[in-house]
Write a protein that binds this ligand. Structure first.
Ligand code: Q0T
Length: 319
């Protein structure tokens, strides 16, 4: 399978680059707006791989936009337009949103409904999570009695986010904002978990990025409720006491840790390129997650996105 071209960096860069994350980039469009462009890059074990997954950036962008619509009554979001900005490269189609520039909140806002990843590690060490005491007897993938706000610091590139207690969030941003962040994060989790459950998917946890507009209103930013920011588990086959298969990355992880890859995670070496078969199956999982959640097949959604975002024809008024 031929990977789609890298969306960024584009040479020559059409707009000034503001920020580059592992898989998304932000470009300055002026007037306090930015283009957020999602690449087809994929990470596994916290490493960005050399192999691209065709359409991943577009699928995750369209999924974020769908979630922003689903949650529009809970909070405003940073999306200004789905139109490609003038002069944008053709391969930005479907993977780009125009967003407003906000003052970002310096806390990673996480909600968890199940205990996994750093959550179960913290529980095993201290029976607590972000300073919250948990009952005994919980295990890997246990459902929590109620979803928890488990904020972390925003680490720099290469560093790991550290859990914060609620008191630490209060120290960092003040009591009123800390309360608002907890309330919004849990409201987003509750709504999304309900929608996902109706479609046979468990939302184990999610991380949201929150900004504030000039009057202080909280605004949902970045991507929302994608497999890169959240853990989605197939509901059938769920059971506590074991690690659940990842909806999207399981084929990648399985192959990288199998003898076939020849890669040793502990070696510090870059992982080898993924075989076409692993790329194809991983791409199919992203498309399946998109269709299961939104109810719309990916090809249909892409056709609609193209129709909605195409540069309008200038009417021909000449005689
Ligand atoms: C941001 C102001 O690194 C990041 O993104 C990489 C693409 C995270 N990040 C977000 C912002 C946003 C957003 N989203 C916004 N609406 N306004 N800053 C900056 N970095």
């Amino acid at each position: 399978m031929t990977p789609t071209p890298e969306p960024d960096p584009v040479d020559p860069a059409p707009y000034p680059l503001i920020a580059r994350g592992k898989v998304r980039s932000l470009y300055d469009l002026g007037d306090s707006t930015m283009a957020m462009v999602a690449s087809d890059r994929i990470s596994a074990f916290d490493i960005v791989l050399d192999t691209l997954v065709p359409d991943k950036g577009a699928v995750l962008t369209q999924l974020s936009l769908w979630w922003f619509d689903q949650l529009a009554d809970l909070a405003p979001n940073h999306v200004v337009s789905r139109q490609l900005p003038p002069g944008a490269p053709a391969d930005w189609a479907d993977r780009t949103m125009v967003v407003r520039r906000l003052e970002m909140v310096g806390v990673e806002c996480v909600a968890r409904g199940y205990l996994t990843g750093s959550g179960i590690r913290s529980y095993r060490e201290s029976t607590t999570l972000c300073g919250i005491a948990l009952p005994p007897g919980l295990t890997e993938s246990s459902r929590l009695a109620e979803p928890l706000f488990t904020p972390t610091t925003k680490a720099g590139v290469g560093d790991h986010d550290e859990p914060m207690t609620f008191a630490e969030v209060v120290e960092a941003v003040g009591g009123p904002l800390a309360e608002q962040l907890r309330e919004l994060t849990l409201a987003v989790y509750d709504r999304a978990a309900t929608i996902a459950a109706e479609r046979g998917i468990l939302l184990a946890d999610t991380k949201i990025e929150v900004g504030r507009d000039p009057d202080g209103t909280l605004v949902l930013a970045d991507e929302l409720l994608t497999p890169d920011s959240s853990r989605f588990w197939p509901a059938d086959g769920y059971g506590p006491g074991r690690v659940q298969p990842s909806y999207d990355k399981q084929f990648v992880r399985d192959w990288l840790t199998s003898p076939a890859s020849g890669w040793d995670r502990a070696s510090g070496q870059a992982p080898p390129p993924l075989p076409d078969e692993v790329v194809r199956r991983t791409r199919a999982r992203y498309l399946e997650a998109f269709q299961r959640l939104t109810g719309v097949p990916w090809e249909t959604a892409r056709a609609r996105s193209r129709a909605d975002t195409a540069t309008p024809e200038v009417p021909d008024v000449s005689i």
